[in-house]
Design a protein around this ligand. Structure first.
Ligand SMILES: Cc1cc2nc3c(=O)[nH]c(=O)nc-3n(C[C@H](O)[C@H](O)[C@H](O)COP(=O)(O)OP(=O)(O)OC[C@H]3O[C@@H](n4cnc5c(N)ncnc54)[C@H](O)[C@@H]3O)c2cc1C
Length: 400
């Protein structure tokens, strides 16, 4: 049989994106809208990895600033709530009008011993217009008890439903997205730390060689292996693990919150979701899910979670709730300090763009950077590839 090129089985795209989470899908929608020919190649159900495990908080930066003045990362994040809400109204290049806003704000609540610090922080000029104290008579159901002696603030950071976000992003680039199995039906060709082509074996057994002006690595924790296969040493990847708590009980009230404690990180960050059987789920991150939580077994993490709730919210009855945990990694560029770098990260190495949004919230910022790195579209339209399509991944509370 003649080689693929002679049978015209070469396809040229403006951009090939490797990945299948919020970074790959948001970026693909933006590039497609800018007239580029784009193909997205993922190795697993969409959103699997970090995106469907995210709490869905669209940070505007306030959480990071409680210890003092607004930080760089606050400034990078400040525009994000507005960008997401516009997309959810169907405005702009990414149409998320079919996705769900779980809550348009979060509660910032303080422990009784923190009241004076929190009041002075939220009263500061820098935050005017982005937060407001909640009057006692307006407390939501979860804090409507005399037992709670702290102070409640509203912060204008929306919480989105990651499942519907990934579904809607996927819808926008449905025709451009394919499932590949590296080694089985796909391989990367490289020379001198540059990606020269991706060779795909279609369902029919035909081989298709695809090339592009640029290749975006948006594969989350998968970027590390791709970079090392390409021989690219810098940027390097860091993984920061988390051990989240999941509390499931029908009829739990809404609980979208950041708790302010004495340490630099909130002791807990809570969001509320509904599982595929209609049961309410509280999804708990924050300090409890970080280092000490990661070192605990699932049983010890649940015991620590129960003890924390009994201490912080003794009025909440979780006796017959179902508790379980989810472990995963945040994938980011190596900072040297182990902290999250400020802003989304996108670095060009020749024809490769290495991308980590570092936050779900920063996906629009990442896509802006990729678009800025792209020239005018040059490749024409391509016929569809005869490859399988990925399904949707599942949220942590719907995993078996
Ligand atoms: C528990 C948790 C809670 C979080 N909460 C929030 C939050 O409330 N707000 C916020 O802003 N951020 C949050 N984050 C961070 C946020 O989830 C991530 O920054 C974001 O989802 C990263 O998106 P991504 O597309 O880069 O990676 P991922 O979502 O991990 O997607 C990477 C995708 O690439 C695919 N892939 C991997 N290797 C390959 C390969 N070789 N070839 C092809 N495809 C490949 C994977 O299948 C995967 O689908 C949270 C993270 C965690 C872990």
């Amino acid at each position: 049989m003649p080689p693929a090129e002679q049978r015209n089985l070469t396809r040229i795209y403006d951009t090939v994106i490797i990945g299948g989470g919020v970074a790959a899908l948001w970026t693909a929608n933006v590039l497609k809208n800018a007239g580029q020919s784009v193909v997205v190649l993922t190795n697993a159900p969409l959103g699997e990895g970090q995106s469907l495990a995210a709490q869905g908080v669209i940070h505007g930066g306030l959480k990071y600033a409680v210890g003092g003045k607004l930080t760089d990362s606050s400034e990078a994040l400040a525009a994000m709530p507005g960008r997401w809400l516009a997309a959810m109204r169907g405005e702009g290049p990414v149409d998320l009008s079919g996705s769900r806003l779980l809550c348009d704000h979060q509660l910032m609540w303080s422990l009784p011993n923190m009241v004076s610090q929190v009041v002075s922080f939220f009263g500061s000029k820098a935050l005017r217009g982005r937060s407001a104290a909640i009057a006692r008579e307006d407390y939501p159901a979860i804090f409507d008890t005399d037992v709670y002696k702290g102070k409640l603030f509203r912060i204008d950071e929306p919480v989105v439903d990651p499942v519907s976000i990934i579904r809607e992003l996927a819808r926008g680039v449905e025709k451009e997205t394919y499932l590949v199995e590296w080694k089985k039906n796909a391989s990367i060709e490289s020379t001198d730390a540059q990606l020269s082509a991706i060779v795909l074996r279609e369902d029919s057994g035909e081989t298709v060689r695809i090339t592009a002006s640029r290749y975006v690595l948006a594969a989350g924790a998968g970027n590390g292996a791709i970079l090392s296969n390409l021989g690219i040493a810098t940027p390097a990847m860091q993984l920061r693990p988390l051990h989240q708590l999941i509390i499931r009980k029908r009829g739990l009230p809404d609980f979208f919150s950041v708790c302010v404690g004495t340490g630099p990180k909130p002791p807990l960050v809570s969001t509320t979701h509904v599982d595929s059987e209609g049961r309410t789920v509280w999804y708990i991150g924050g300090d409890i899910a970080e280092q000490e939580g990661v070192a605990r077994t699932a049983a010890d993490q649940i015991a620590a979670g129960k003890a924390l709730f009994a201490k912080l919210m003794p009025w909440i009855d979780l006796a017959d709730a179902e508790w379980f945990t989810w472990r995963g990694n945040r994938a980011e560029p190596l900072t040297g300090t182990g902290d999250r770098p400020p802003g989304a990260y996108c670095e060009r190495i020749g024809n490769v763009l290495v991308a980590w949004p570092t936050k779900l919230a920063l996906a629009p910022n990442l896509a802006d950077q990729v678009l800025r790195e792209s020239g005018a579209p040059v490749a024409g339209e391509n016929a569809p590839l005869a490859l399988p399509r990925p399904g949707m991944g599942r949220a942590p509370w719907d995993l078996p």
